[in-house]
Every structure is written in C-alpha cells, then in structure tokens.
Design a protein around this ligand. Sequence first.
Ligand SMILES: NC(=O)C1=CN([C@@H]2O[C@H](COP(=O)(O)OP(=O)(O)OC[C@H]3O[C@@H](n4cnc5c(N)ncnc54)[C@H](OP(=O)(O)O)[C@@H]3O)[C@@H](O)[C@H]2O)C=CC1
Ligand SMILES: CC(=O)N[C@@H](CCC(=O)OP(=O)(O)O)C(=O)O
Length: 309
Amino acid sequence: MVSEPVVFIDGEAGTTGLEISERLLSLPVQIHSVDPARRKDPQARAEAMQAADLVVLCLPDDASRDAVEMIGQFSAQGKRAPKILDASTAFRTAPGWVYGFPELAADQPEAIMRAERVSNPGCYPTGAIALLRPLIDAGVMEPSFPVTINAVSGYTGGGRTMIEEQERAGGPAFLLYGLNLAHKHLPEIRQHALLDRRPIFVPSVGHFPRGMIVSIPVHMDLLVKGTTVEDLRRILEEHYAASSFVTVAGPENTLVADTMAGSDGMELRVHADAEGRHAVLTARLDNLGKGASGAAIQNIALMLGISPN
Ligand SMILES: NC(=O)C1=CN([C@@H]2O[C@H](COP(=O)(O)OP(=O)(O)OC[C@H]3O[C@@H](n4cnc5c(N)ncnc54)[C@H](OP(=O)(O)O)[C@@H]3O)[C@@H](O)[C@H]2O)C=CC1
Ligand SMILES: CC(=O)N[C@@H](CCC(=O)OP(=O)(O)O)C(=O)O
C-alpha cells in the first residue's frame, strides 16, 4: 500500500494554520505536528520538516524567511528537502517561486504541480488579480490602465493581534488603513495582474470576523476603444468557465461583505450604469477561505498530486 504524504504546518496554532489543518482533514494526507510547547523550537521544527513531503509555512514574513533558509540547508547537508507552500507575503514576487493561484492562466495548475516552492496568494490580491488579469490577457485593458482598488476585509485578516483588538469591547466599526499607499500587497498585485502602472489600493477593515469585497471602478472610455460592459462579463465568464471555485455572477445593487464566510469560493461581478459609461468590478470571498486556507488546500492537493474531495 502506498503511504499517505506527510504534511507539516509550521505556525499550526495561528489563524491561517488552524484553518489549513482543519481543511486538511478532507485530504488523504498525514499531518505531523510538533508538541505545542516546542512549536518555536528550531530543532523540533527542523525534525518535523525533514520528515515531511510538504511543509506549509503559516508564519510572519521574517519567520517564513528563516524557515525557508533552514529547509535550503537540508540539501547542502545531503538531506531530502520537502516541498514548501508559504502563506506569508515574503515570497509572492520572488524569483524561483511559483504563484499559487491556479486560476491565473491555463498552465498555472501544471506549474504549481511541478514546483518545489509555491507562494500562497494574499487575500486582497486574490480578488484584484482575479478581476484584472483576464482583462489584460484579453487585450481590453492596457497594462498602463490607471487602476484603483478599494477593499474591505473581515478582521481575521489582521491575524491574532487584530482579532484580539476587535473582540475587545469597543473595537472600531470600520476603518480605512494603508493610507500611506504602500500596502504590502501592491507589488504582488502589480506583478501577477501584469500591470505596468502602480495601482492605488485603499484597504479597510469592518467589525465582522471574515469576508471580503474587492472593488475596482472602471471608466469604460479608458479601456481599449470599443470595449463594452458585455465584453468584460464575457471575458471573465470564459476565463472561469471550468473553475470549481471562481464563479461569475450577475450584478447586484447591494453586496454584503460577509456572505461568503466559511466558503472557499469567490464570486466575481461586473456592475455598470445603464449607459455603459462606468463599471465597477467586484470580487467577494472569505479572506480566510479562497483568500488563504481554501487556496492553500488547492495548492497542497496539486503539489502532492491528489484530488481535493
Ligand atoms: N489572516 C489572514 O487572512 C491571512 C494571513 N496570511 C498570512 O499567513 C501568515 C500567518 O498569519 P496569521 O495566521 O494571520 O497570523 P497569526 O498571528 O494568527 O499566526 C502566526 C502563527 O505563527 C507563530 N509563530 C510566530 N513566529 C514563529 C516562529 N519563529 N516559529 C514558529 N512559529 C511562529 C505564532 O505563534 P505565537 O502566536 O505564539 O507568536 C502564531 O501561531 C502571515 O504571513 C500572513 O500574512 C495569509 C493569508 C490571509
Ligand atoms: C485586515 C488586514 O490587516 N489584512 C492584512 C492582509 C492579510 C494578511 O496579512 O495576509 P496576506 O498578506 O497573506 O493576505 C493586511 O492588510 O496586512
């Protein structure tokens, strides 16, 4: 009998790590954990990594960089190195890493399957890239298009610290942040959506645990001449026709941010005025679902050559 592949989640006790370990129960894998008292002990972690076929890093960026360095030394020591899926922001634009958004392009699932190192996309970039990349690939939006991205996330997006702040009585109802216009997701969005021009990105957090809307307003006359609202819908529908996770839905007059909580799917929409002068593209997802752990499960299944249930 062929034994099940072994997965070690470094940072298993964190927000993303916990979600991934729960979802992994649906895959034919063995999950190896370290004794919680030794979860930050480099030796215990190195032993767990050496025994694994795949290591999932759910750590802050600097700790992820250290873990990748640690695994890099295994080959130098003549030891077998596991594949790596990193959930942090540290490697999403790094050379030698494959971007773990299987719906990015037709050949992306194959690239993820073959890769030794895969970066799991950020929650906001998942929505923004899903909306923008097919339009740029189809040639209706120029890479120099002046893109503005507005987004709202549930507070679990800020990890344990923000969850504790928000769940203490008196947490703020709604706040804009990233107003220095240098959010850590900008390079990732730009690189994988294939934008030449740096987008303006205004994220926000609402007083709800999980859910997200990413919205991108479009002046239709700034798209390639002759592009209609129907073209935008058709391009997105064709791009995601075979996806089990991403759907293109009809426009709505109101969108509630947390209706996808608990789901690994993502809904895309093209809203427009009656004259077709303006459009607003939206992506609605769970920041911890398709925005993190759901995508991680898709990537783990591809990297280990198993089908998700
Ligand atoms: N929350 C989200 O929506 C998303 C988060 N991510 C990414 O996932 C990563 C983790 O985020 P999140 O789960 O939210 O954060 P959390 O703060 O909830 O969890 C981080 C975990 O890592 C542990 N940890 C920290 N340093 C080390 C170390 N040196 N060695 C071993 N364990 C360590 C922490 O332990 P302790 O608490 O004891 O310090 C904690 O269990 C981040 O890089 C984030 O960008 C990705 C997508 C979405
Ligand atoms: C609400 C909130 O704080 N969100 C985080 C993004 C979520 C995250 O840290 O994870 P990823 O980079 O992997 O998506 C932020 O803006 O920094």
